[in-house]
Structure formats: structure tokens, C-alpha cells
Design a protein around this ligand. Structure first.
Ligand code: DC
Length: 449
């Protein structure tokens, strides 16, 4: 597997031109959609959503309630009490009303039941919004049956995977044997289940399984897993652009000059910048020095916006200069509502905004608790957080010092983005705590390198 992946490993340094990107991977059962979609998402550092798991989870809940699929009003009732949660990024776990169903939904009867209840139009309508909400503010690889046709007809890249039924049955058998090593699975039995399910999925009236006219079809019958991943990534590549190409000329000139200056005098090292994808997001960092905003700005691969004290804009020339560098004035006291409104506006325009949630510069260089405003903004704007840690800026220019030192060692380290399922939160207070503690911990972890 690694051979093909190492060749495409640099793909995550490329990002989408505008806003967030949706990759739709559809196809019948057993084509390897899930594994391929997961690997593609990992290579691009995109989020991953297995929509089959959502339908299977509902099937599990319907069965757990003792409802048969033919009982339409029973399924409707089950849907009303269905609370689904996806936890974890790389190997997600699925919870239905608090029960971990990750393994339970993988059994063949669940797939069959999922296929049957998925034929109800009201089920599809209900689950549609969950899928669309998940995509808010992030780049996602979705896999399913109707992603390219119904859920995201405007998806940036659409792939339709196929394979001969026998090959799909053999792959499914291998998957199941891996997941349930103490059970024996017959290829013939799986083959007949697959053929039956293909029929159901393709012939149902509501959003049947079919290739979107603009989807690229890949027949995986004679391809290895590596080859499929590589082919899919090759289809995505033309839709990506290098992140550094999007700066305006003024911003770009200052960006490279200041970056060169920091490299020369402070040996500026930038780590993890490939985690920063295009689109709206909050860059959240520790704050201990006047150097933090410029170091963070020139370390970020794309243009960033930040708030600066209103008094800095009093000098007309300097004010003009920092405005051109995306600084936005903020008054010091009693202006919280306006500050939040300004930040939300910038995010809604698809910008990246730098935030130092400690509020004030640290006196001793140690990370202080984060203020609640961070959680408020994330919950309102529904954007990812990019944690960052600035190392060495405090030693070069600590608080209380009039001028910076001429020499020093400065590092800006970015971590993987944090996504919070704001739209699914039932307990806002708990989510607020989670946002604050997880983000603080992510920044803290970066301190250790
Ligand atoms: O991808 P899977 O085998 O986990 O999906 C199980 C069933 O769920 C599938 O047979 C039909 C249904 N499904 C659907 O109708 N639409 C989707 N987007 C995903 C799954």
C-alpha cells in the first residue's frame, strides 16, 4: 500500500481554490468505497464521512426498537428518537443514543435492513440534512450511493466505483473475516446478498444508486487498492491549487519580505503548515510577545486576518499599511459584541482569522486558560480551529521589554485542524467546555513538539 501512497503523500500541500471541497465517492456494495475514501481523505487531510454507517445505524435502531422495516409509521417514530453521533477522526466510532454500534452495524443483516429502510423517501430526507451539515466549514470525502446525485450534486469531484459482483463478494468476505475472526463467511452467500442489495439500491424510487452524469467511473475489478487510491487522487489533483498562490501582490510582497527577515534573524522554522487548508477557519495560538501576530501571519500558507488595537490605526500611514495586511481595528474595552460580529463577518466571507484566546500576552511565557469567546465564535461560525504554537518569540521579545533582541530561535508549529459538530450538540454548555479544553490541549501538545 505504501508504494503508491508515498508518491501521493505531498498532495495535502495542495488545496482547493475556493471555500471547502467535497469529494463524492459512490458505488455499489463491496467496491472498496469505504477503504478508498478513508485513504484518500487521509492523504489529503480531509474529513471522511461513511454515509452507509449512518443508514446502518438507523437500521440498528429500528431493529433495537422491535420495529420491522415494513412498518412505515414505526420507522418514522424510530427516526424521531434517533440520535446519532460520530466520534473520532481517523477511525470513527458511531453511537446511537449513547450505544457504541461501530461493530454491530457491520453485520450482513444490518446492511440488508439499511438498504430496505433507505428506500423510504422520508428517511432519506431526514438523513440528508445530517450529511450536509457535516460538510459545513470543512473539506470532506463522502462515500455512499447518492452523494454525487442528491446529497452534493455540486460536489467538486465525483467518482463512481464499480467491480464485478464476484470480486465484490470476495472483498466483502475478506473484510468480514478480518472484523469477525471467529466466524466463517461464505462467498456464495455474500454474492447472493450483494446481488439482492444492488437490485434494491438501484431500483428504489427515492434516490436510487446511479452514476451521476459528471462522475468518473472507475472499474476496480482488476485494480489493487493502491491503484484505485492513486487513480482517485489523480482525478482530484486538477481541482487543487498550491495554497501559497492566492495572496494579493501587496500582501505577498510584505509576507515574503517579513518571512525572510524572520528566517535571517531568528532562524524561523515552520512546522505542520500542510494542516492549514483553504477556507474559513480560526487560527488559535498562544500569545506571549508582540512578535506573535507577524510570525504567525507569515508562517500561515494563506492570507490571514487579525484584529489589532484601534490606537494602532491613529497614524494614517501606519493604519493604511496594516489595513492592507488584513488588520481590523478593535477598541479595547466594552466592545465585545462588535469584536465578535467582526470576526463572524470575516469568517462568513471564507477568511482565516488569527485569535489569541488567552486574551492578553502571558507574563511568563506559559500558556494561560482560554477565554469563552473562542467557543462562542466556533459555535456560531461552525468553522474548524487550526491550533498553532509559537515557540521562542517570548525569549526574543518578552512582555515589558521595549525592543526585541536581534538574535534568537523562533518556531511556528501548526497541528491538525479540530472540527466540532456544533450543529449536532444537544448540550451547548458541554460543547463549550469541550471546545475550550480540546483546543487548549491541542495548543499545549504543540508546545512539546
Ligand atoms: O455502504 P454500505 O454497504 O454501508 O450501505 C448500507 C446500505 O445503506 C446500502 O445498501 C444502501 C444504504 N445507503 C443508501 O441508501 N445511501 C447511502 N448514501 C449510503 C447507504
Amino acid at each position: 500500500m505504501m508504494s503508491c501512497l508515498s508518491r501521493v503523500a505531498d498532495l495535502h500541500k495542495w488545496i482547493h481554490v475556493v471555500g471547502c471541497m467535497i469529494v463524492a465517492i459512490d458505488g455499489p456494495a463491496g467496491t472498496g468505497k469505504s477503504s478508498v475514501a478513508k485513504e484518500v481523505a487521509r492523504s489529503l487531510r480531509f474529513a471522511f464521512f461513511d454515509t452507509g454507517a449512518l443508514y446502518r445505524s438507523l437500521a440498528w435502531w429500528v431493529e433495537a426498537q422491535g420495529i420491522t422495516w415494513q412498518d412505515e409509521s414505526g420507522v418514522k417514530e424510530a427516526l424521531c428518537s434517533f440520535h446519532w453521533e460520530l466520534r473520532g477522526e481517523d477511525s470513527p466510532s458511531y453511537f446511537v443514543n449513547g450505544t457504541d454500534v461501530t461493530l454491530l452495524i457491520r453485520k450482513a443483516p444490518m446492511a440488508d435492513l439499511a438498504s430496505k429502510i433507505a428506500a423510504y423517501g422520508f428517511v432519506r430526507d431526514y438523513l440528508l440534512s445530517s450529511q450536509r451539515h457535516f460538510a459545513e466549514g470543512r473539506n470532506v470525502v463522502f462515500e455512499g450511493r447518492d452523494i454525487g446525485t442528491v446529497v452534493f450534486p455540486q460536489a467538486d469531484v465525483k467518482i463512481f466505483l464499480t467491480a464485478s459482483p464476484r470480486v465484490r463478494a470476495e472483498r466483502r468476505q475478506q473484510d468480514l473475516s478480518r472484523q469477525f475472526p471467529h466466524q466463517i463467511f461464505s462467498v456464495e452467500e455474500i454474492l447472493s446478498q450483494i446481488e439482492q442489495r444492488d437490485g434494491l439500491d438501484e431500483r428504489r424510487a427515492a434516490c436510487p444508486l446511479k452514476r451521476a452524469p459528471d462522475a468518473v467511473e472507475i472499474d476496480t475489478t482488476f485494480l489493487t487498492f493502491d491503484e484505485v487510491v492513486k487513480t482517485v487522487l489523480a482525478k482530484i489533483r486538477p481541482h487543487l491549487v498550491p495554497s501559497s498562490s492566492s495572496k494579493g501582490w501587496f500582501y505577498g510582497t510584505v509576507y515574503w519580505t517579513v518571512r525572510g527577515f524572520f528566517r535571517l534573524f531568528y532562524g524561523l522554522k515552520i512546522e505542520g503548515d500542510m494542516y492549514v487548508h483553504k477556507g474559513a477557519g480560526l487560527i488559535v495560538a498562544n500569545h506571549a510577545s508582540y512578535l506573535d501576530p507577524p510570525v504567525l501571519s507569515v508562517s500561515c500558507p494563506e492570507e490571514v486576518h487579525f484584529l489589532a488595537r484601534g490606537s494602532l490605526f491613529q497614524n494614517a500611514l501606519f493604519g493604511w499599511f496594516i489595513r492592507k495586511l488584513n488588520a481590523h481595528p478593535v477598541e479595547k474595552t466594552g466592545q465585545d459584541v462588535k469584536v465578535f460580529r467582526d470576526i463572524l463577518k470575516l469568517l462568513s466571507m471564507g477568511h482565516k482569522v488569527i485569535l489569541f484566546p488567552e486574551g492578553v500576552r502571558s507574563l511568563d511565557g506559559c500558556l494561560q486558560p482560554f477565554q469563552r469567546g473562542l467557543a462562542f465564535i466556533v459555535m456560531k461560525a461552525k468553522v474548524p480551529i487550526y491550533p498553532a504554537y509559537l515557540q521562542g518569540t517570548y525569549q526574543v521579545w518578552p512582555r515589558g521589554q521595549r525592543w526585541p533582541k536581534w538574535k534568537g530561535k523562533v518556531t511556528c508549529r501548526f497541528g491538525p485542524p479540530l472540527y466540532f459538530d456544533v450543529w449536532r450538540a444537544r448540550d451547548k454548555r458541554a460543547l463549550e467546555e469541550e471546545i475550550l479544553s480540546k483546543t487548549w490541549q491541542a495548543v499545549r501538545n504543540l508546545e512539546q513538539g
